[in-house]
Design a protein. Structure first.
Length: 408
């Protein structure tokens, strides 16, 4: 069966002799992104093909929405205006300065960098300071400093709220937006989950301030969020991002497959557009830079173990069939019924596949809480309670395995 991209190439106005693929080691993530940056930035048909490669379950509403709108030969999201690339800090309860330059001092370059170092520096800036989405309840809570500690929002050294920025939307209105650093910048460490952040509680209080029942959000709890945009309540643990380049899938139910590093950039771009009410798109230099930066993240230093460590043998026997060491300790999808706890995301009307991803274990000893729903506070709790698909281990095997996992 021909894909939509193949049909365009066969009979559309985009038909042309395909460019030769760059010669680059596919295992060198950053070199791959440097080699393919021009394809992403300037070749619509190539971007479309990458999107199709990521959406292995195209009948689901999440996939249909993107296939209907992204990188079309005519129309679609490519015609949306770029949002002005500048932002400013949010100080709790502080009024917005009247002068634009004073309120939004951060300006993002939109010309493609020329070196890897410049790409990564831009990606870091985007991670902490570019609004990926806007939300009314965050504007509300930012104006109420007395609620910030209860909901787990963190502050930067200058007192501004980490992960929140002010920006002007395409209508020229000053808004509060969310950056990657809100959920994935715990303690100011890029990639670390803010496990104290309770967005469900924040949404609950916002709704109740308007006399609307917000009790459905109370079940989220700290470090968890429901992003499925449907009526089902299926909050999942916010993941650490330092193992992103090892992941085989980008969300819990596996609807977004990682075909190559471009999958991550397209994921960010197609998160941004709905996050801004389908009114604007990002400059693609910024989404590519963000993907490069996230894919470059390393976990905090882990203790080293010898090749003869006894936990390695336990892992290879009991864990490696799913968490493949040759794939960065990640793996394919498994049926959701094999797991326990909250797996309703696997049945979400929007993006439920009936499956759950096998995540990478790189940096697992430095993160937490654990399992898809964050039900275990410590890694040792996972082993003591017994992993849902794991075998019964002796005390010695469990201790050896725990020590080995903390070294990954």
């Amino acid at each position: 069966m021909l894909t939509l991209s193949a049909l365009w190439m066969a009979c559309g106005e985009l038909a042309q002799t395909p460019e030769p693929e760059p010669e680059v080691d596919p295992g060198d993530t950053l070199a791959w992104m440097e080699a393919y940056q021009d394809r992403y930035l300037g070749d619509r048909a190539w971007r479309r093909a990458q999107l199709e490669a990521t959406l292995w379950s195209p009948e689901l509403p999440y996939a249909r929405k993107r296939l209907k709108s992204y990188a079309l030969s005519e129309g679609g999201w490519d015609l949306l205006p770029e949002l002005l690339a500048r932002s400013g800090p949010v100080f709790p309860g502080q009024a917005v300065p009247e002068e634009l330059e004073e309120a939004l001092p951060t300006v993002f370059p939109t010309q493609a960098p020329t070196t890897r170092e410049e790409w990564l520096a831009l990606g870091e800036q985007v991670f902490w300071q570019m609004p990926m989405r806007r939300d009314n309840y965050l504007e509300w809570i930012a104006s109420r400093p007395e609620l910030l500690e209860e909901t787990g929002f963190e502050r930067n050294a200058d007192g501004s709220l980490r992960g929140l920025v002010r920006f002007k939307d395409v209508r020229g209105q000053m808004r509060v937006g969310v950056t990657c650093g809100l959920c994935h910048g715990g303690g100011g460490v890029a990639g670390r989950t803010n496990t104290a952040l309770d967005l469900g509680r924040a949404r609950q209080m916002f709704n109740e301030s308007y006399g609307i029942d917000g009790s459905r959000f109370a079940s989220w709890g700290p470090g968890r969020v429901d992003i499925t945009d449907d009526l089902a309540d299926d909050p999942l643990r916010v993941p650490d991002l330092w193992g992103t380049r090892h992941q085989s899938y980008l969300n819990a139910s596996g609807i977004v497959r990682v075909a190559n590093p471009a999958s991550v950039a397209i994921r960010f771009e197609t998160q941004y557009i709905p996050g801004h009410g389908l009114e604007a798109r990002p400059n693609r230099v910024l989404s590519w830079a963000l993907a490069m930066y996230v894919l470059s993240l390393e976990p905090p230093t882990s203790p080293e173990v010898s090749p003869e460590h006894p936990g390695r043998a336990v892992f290879e026997l009991q864990c490696a069939s799913c968490h493949n060491p040759d794939r960065g300790f990640s793996g394919d999808l498994i049926h959701s019924w094999l797991l326990t706890g909250g797996v309703s995301a696997a049945e979400s009307p929007m993006r439920g596949t009936g499956m759950m991803k096998v995540p990478s274990l790189v940096g697992i000893g430095q993160g937490g809480p654990f399992m898809h729903d964050g039900r275990h506070a410590e890694l040792s709790d996972v082993l003591e309670a017994r992993h849902p698909t794991g075998a019964v281990l002796s005390d010695e095997e469990r201790d050896d395995l725990l020590s080995y996992l903390q070294s990954l």
